[in-house]
Design a protein around this ligand. Sequence first.
Ligand code: 2AL
Length: 263
Amino acid sequence: MRIRVINPNTTASMTRLIEASARAVAGPGTVVEAVTPAMGPASIESHYDEALAVPGLLAEVIAGERSGADGYVIACFGDPGLDAAREVAAGPVVGIAEAAMHAAMLAGRGFSVVTTLGRTAGRAHDLAGRYAPAGACRGVHACEIPVLELESDPTVLPRVVDLARRALESDGSDVIVLGCAGMAAFCAEVSERVGVPVIDGVTAATLLVQSLVTLGVRTSKRDEYAPPPAKPYAGALAGFGAPASSRLDSLRPIDWNGSSTAR
Ligand code: 2AL
């Protein structure tokens, strides 16, 4: 089984961390192929970043379809482009916020999200409205550490632990959800220190995709997730409008060459 784990931002060092977390939980028969889009923002911390991450992400799904990937993880907590990716992919596509919030609802009654910047909290609330029953997301708390500083800032772990403890108290929650793919490596240690289940979406989504593929569950093509119709797309996005069978070929001649930078 080949699971393509797409880091929707263009920072290859972050892709390697995501890949290590996904590989640590994947079964022996599963190949985890983590990729970095060739175009897009270095990190995703705004609606603008998220919107502009989606073309590069979709190019990676299109390339995955061509190379025979069995399923996909969208490894950013805003779940950018999730519905569009499902229109392109035959196999399952799972976002890390989606996986983490579903897992949290299997582990407790109410969860708190601990995330990066406060400006991303609205998106986390929106996604909780989609994935969890009303009231199950008891709060979203920001440590105000930018995504790309999670790798290098030595204060990250104690700050996330402190924030998680305060969130459990103030929200009356019993599970913590980590609100960024860049926090994946801290999951076990945060859980040990705060004493409740802590869910990282990268690992949860990888195992969810692995389970769906094992079950033979693919993305339904009966209705909304059918392949998008071919139509003219203008400018830098011209190749995206081609028929599904030739979309990758028509993307390749464009200056960004459509291939991944980290595998
Ligand atoms: C993220 C994430 O998971 N990757 C990224 O670039 N931004 N999420 C976040 N809340 O900051």
